[in-house]
Design a protein around this ligand. Structure first.
Ligand code: ADP
Ligand code: MG
Length: 267
């Protein structure tokens, strides 16, 4: 796939020269013919039947589909939390099946940031400790961990909530902590499974604003949602049904945080 990178206009006496510069988009995720089968007793569940998707660096993709269509199974696969029954997954030009356990752990920790519907924060740990945790596994010193955790907490607008525990925060603030934790290792990819599923609509819009900023900073975002208005923030929509890709289309009517605020304020 190619995209227009820049158009440079320059003038040489009276002759106008137009330079058009194309760059090749970098493939970050390539899954081909992925199947995932679960066997429980006598029953075989085909969670993913034959899924092929390519995602480029800095794409913003919404993954949609009815309950049970395979969205979470696919996200677990993309996040290297689970392996497919068959098919191939190439992440950053490396076949995931060929990675050693150590390489996989490193990829999960450094390349991918996870955000979940239920936030998954440690209840007894402070905001700062929750966010700094992934850096423990990455081998940073305590002072470096705190410095980096503080930076991302400022970035998500929680600079004044460093010492609060999760139960002292609102749902939206908890999700911001979880997003800061996902960002702290500076991963290339953010995987978010129904990140607004437990939030009211105003808070959801704020969280979508945060994802918009993260996307502008260069991250690749894959976001599972069953809400059409949330999916409209993404630039491409992949729909799953019964373990198959039903459609995969660019979003022609992207909504921004600013648009959403204007419409809500006019209601
Ligand atoms: P979605 O996230 O779209 O709701 P899932 O990926 O969670 O769907 O599930 C797809 C199908 O696979 C469902 O029928 C579900 O019951 C089944 N499934 C998911 N995880 C497991 C598992 N660990 N063991 C057995 N079946 C599972
Ligand atoms: Mg799910």
């Amino acid at each position: 796939m190619y995209a227009l990178n820049s158009i440079v206009f320059s003038y040489k006496s009276s002759n106008r020269i137009i330079i058009v510069n194309f760059v090749k988009l970098q493939e970050i995720i390539q899954i081909s013919h992925i199947k995932k089968t679960y066997v429980i007793g006598e029953e075989t569940i085909h969670a993913l039947k034959d899924v092929s998707v390519t995602i480029h660096k800095n794409e913003y993709v919404a993954l949609m589909g009815p309950s049970g269509s395979g969205k979470s199974t696919l996200m677990n696969m993309l996040g290297c939390l689970d392996s497919p029954t068959s098919g191939e997954y190439i992440l950053n030009n490396i076949s995931v099946a060929k990675m050693s356990d150590n390489e996989l752990a490193e990829v999960r920790n450094k390349e991918i940031g996870f955000v979940f519907q239920t936030f998954n924060l440690l209840p007894r740990a402070s905001t700062l400790e929750n966010v700094a945790l992934p850096l423990v596994y990455a081998g940073f010193s305590k002072s470096e961990r705190e410095k980096r955790a503080k930076e991302v907490l400022e970035q998500v607008g929680l600079g004044n909530r460093m010492n609060h525990k999760p139960n002292e925060l609102s749902g939206g603030q908890r999700q911001r902590v979880a997003i800061a934790r996902a960002l702290v290792n500076k991963p290339a990819i953010i995987l978010a499974d129904e990140p607004t599923g437990n939030l009211d609509s105003k808070t959801s819009i704020e969280i979508m604003g945060l994802f918009e900023d993260i996307h502008k900073n260069g991250n690749t975002i894959i976001l599972v949602t069953h809400e059409e208005d949330i999916a409209l923030h993404a630039h491409r929509v992949v729909r799953l049904r019964d373990g198959l890709v039903e459609s995969d289309l660019p979003n022609e009517k992207i909504i921004t945080y600013k648009n959403r605020l204007e419409t809500t304020n006019n209601q």
